[in-house]
Write a protein that binds this ligand. Structure first.
Ligand code: FES
Length: 67
């Protein structure tokens, strides 16, 4: 899914940036340029940050329970 139309950045690229350590929309913009032009996609980028951070918290719990 295309997240940033200005810079043609898809959700997979944004998610990858977050997994590699981007913790804010500014940090995502620095890494892949998503959100660095008109800013219209920033709410979606912020949503992806929250989603990735939530998944990162859940995955270790699943591993600990063996599921
Ligand atoms: S749509 Fe992402 S900066 Fe414009």
């Amino acid at each position: 899914m295309l997240v940033c139309h200005c810079n043609r950045v898809c959700d997979r690229t944004v998610r990858q940036c977050i997994r590699e350590g981007a913790e804010s929309a500014d940090q995502v913009a620095l890494r892949c340029r998503a959100g660095s032009t008109c800013g219209g996609c920033r709410p979606l980028v912020e949503q992806l940050i929250r989603l990735e951070q939530r998944e990162a918290r859940i995955e270790p719990e699943l591993e600990a329970t063996g599921t």
